[in-house]
Design a protein around this ligand. Structure first.
Ligand code: GAR
Length: 193
């Protein structure tokens, strides 16, 4: 199963996926391309490190959405790669129905909270400020409702008295680095008879 990863940030989750692939923990999935909407994003440095094509793709002038030309650029560039799965690994841009429908049921997103709690920006900070005792991370299918698509799997993280926002962030990132590759491996398995 061919995977395309989209990310905007440092790319620790993309690195976890690529490390899992190198250790035969990604099932039948393999990463064929990384795209970033941010020209200097850390995620792009994973390309040469792991021997995977990685490129900046211009999303247009807006901060959190695509303009029409940018959306077309993404759809066509991804479609050419014929992916079985498009993985949003820290991709901080909203996808509209035209994009989602181009890859129906093939786009998954990682979110740093136990959805449906704390959708949107800064899921970790939202949970921390609310004072919940258990939070975590979620992988879900992308639909037009932001962070609202069907949940595929989740991992829970307990917030201890001794935690700070920084230690909580580390715990959630560790949970993400285990969860996302395991979900991809599972989705890559052929349907059972
Ligand atoms: C991850 O924590 C991911 O859950 C979050 O961005 C981070 C990316 O880290 N995504 C969202 O908040 C999406 N709404 P990374 O670049 O190190 O993988």
């Amino acid at each position: 199963m061919r995977i395309v990863i989209l990310g905007s940030g440092r790319g620790s989750n993309a690195a976890a996926i690529l490390e899992a692939a190198g250790q035969n923990r990604l099932g039948r999935a393999r990463v064929v391309q990384i795209f970033s909407d941010k020209p200097g994003a850390g995620i792009l440095a994973l390309g040469p490190r792991f021997g995977v094509p990685a490129a900046h793709l211009d999303p247009g002038p807006f901060k959190t959405k695509f303009d029409e030309a940018g959306e077309t650029r993404y759809i066509e560039s991804i479609r050419t790669l014929d992916p079985g799965l498009v993985v949003l690994a820290g991709f901080m841009r909203i996808l509209k129905p035209r994009f989602i429908d181009a890859f129906s049921r093939k786009i998954i997103n990682l979110h740093p909270s136990l959805l449906p709690s704390f959708p949107g920006l800064d899921g970790i900070g939202q949970a921390w400020r609310r004072g919940v005792k258990i939070t975590g991370c979620t992988v879900h299918y992308v639909t037009a409702e932001v962070d609202g698509g069907p949940i595929i799997d989740q991992s829970a993280v307990r917030i201890e008295e001794s935690d700070t926002l920084e230690t909580l962030e580390q715990k959630i990132h560790s949970a993400e680095h285990a969860l996302l590759p395991s979900v991809i491996a599972r989705l890559s398995a052929p349907p059972s008879q």
